[in-house]
Design a protein around this ligand. Structure first.
Ligand SMILES: Nc1ncnc2c1ncn2[C@@H]1O[C@H](COP(=O)(O)OP(=O)(O)OP(=O)(O)O)[C@@H](O)[C@H]1O
Ligand SMILES: [Mg+2]
Length: 234
């Protein structure tokens, strides 16, 4: 059997102390596979962002294990975790987090600069990825000159420029109109997903359910339902 891209086992996470303690994640296990687009859906506060932060090496669980490509990421040293975040995962935030003072192509080049690649070469590679998301002609503009959908594509280009195996989107369509949201997800499924990559998506948006291979339903820090391919209705 092929190794899971991500294997989470009995994850738990709470915040705060005493009476103010919130149990955000209460025993979650799942596997995600290469070539798969896996969605996480559930009401606000059900723990979706917390869960994916633990998968991407941003937030340490109180207990449980996260294996990415068989490696226990929370058993790594601080340096190794930083390396993992830079090289193995790409995170696309809800509000893009683009740098307003940098041009579009410079925004995309940032992860390469962080990896201490030569500036000129980083910009060349960033241009290649802007081509993947169809924005070559916007390269020299600042992000504020781009539409919401274009900014989202810049964020995607920046997330994939270092060729991560695991790509995580938190509410990718939250601030987009329905048609733009669908186009972006269609684009991601056709151009970004491949058999060596796994994409995890948090969403409330049933208009993009049609692109999911499986949907994990969450409530109150737990998985309540897993729906696969054929059963999904948009
Ligand atoms: N840093 C934090 N400190 C305290 N409580 C937190 C923190 N992060 C999350 N929580 C709590 O954990 C629970 C899960 O939050 P989380 O952000 O994971 O939910 P979510 O499913 O992503 O919600 P939304 O759909 O609104 O983004 C919530 O009750 C939230 O208030
Ligand atoms: Mg969230």
């Amino acid at each position: 059997m092929t190794e899971a891209a991500v294997k989470a086992t009995e994850l738990e996470k709470s915040f705060g102390e005493g009476a103010a303690r919130t149990y955000a994640i209460r025993g979650i296990s799942f596997e995600a596979y290469f070539g798969e687009m896996l969605y996480f859906v559930g009401p606000s506060g059900s723990g979706k962002t917390t869960l994916l932060s633990m998968i991407s090496g941003i937030l340490k669980p109180d207990s449980g294990v996260v294996k990415v490509e068989g490696k226990d990421i929370w058993g790594l040293s601080a340096n190794e975790i930083a390396d993992f975040r830079l090289n193995k995962v790409g995170f696309v935030f809800q509000d893009y987090h683009l740098f307003p003072k940098l041009s579009t192509v410079e925004n995309v080049a940032i992860p390469l600069i962080l990896k201490k690649q030569d500036w000129e070469r980083s910009l060349e590679t960033a241009m290649e990825f802007l081509e993947v998301v169809g924005l070559t002609d916007r390269a020299s503009l600042p992000p504020v000159k781009l539409s919401g959908g274009e900014q989202q594509r810049v964020a995607i280009a920046r997330a994939i420029v270092s060729r991560p195996d695991i790509l995580i989107f938190d509410e990718p369509t939250a601030s987009l109109d329905g048609l733009t949201g669908k186009r972006i997800l269609e684009f991601v499924k056709e151009n970004i997903l491949n058999d060596k990559r796994c994409i995890l998506i948090v969403t409330h948006d049933s208009r993009i359910f049609e692109f999911a291979d499986r949907i994990i339903g969450m409530e109150d820090g737990r998985i309540v339902k897993i729906t696969s391919g054929g059963e999904i209705e948009g």
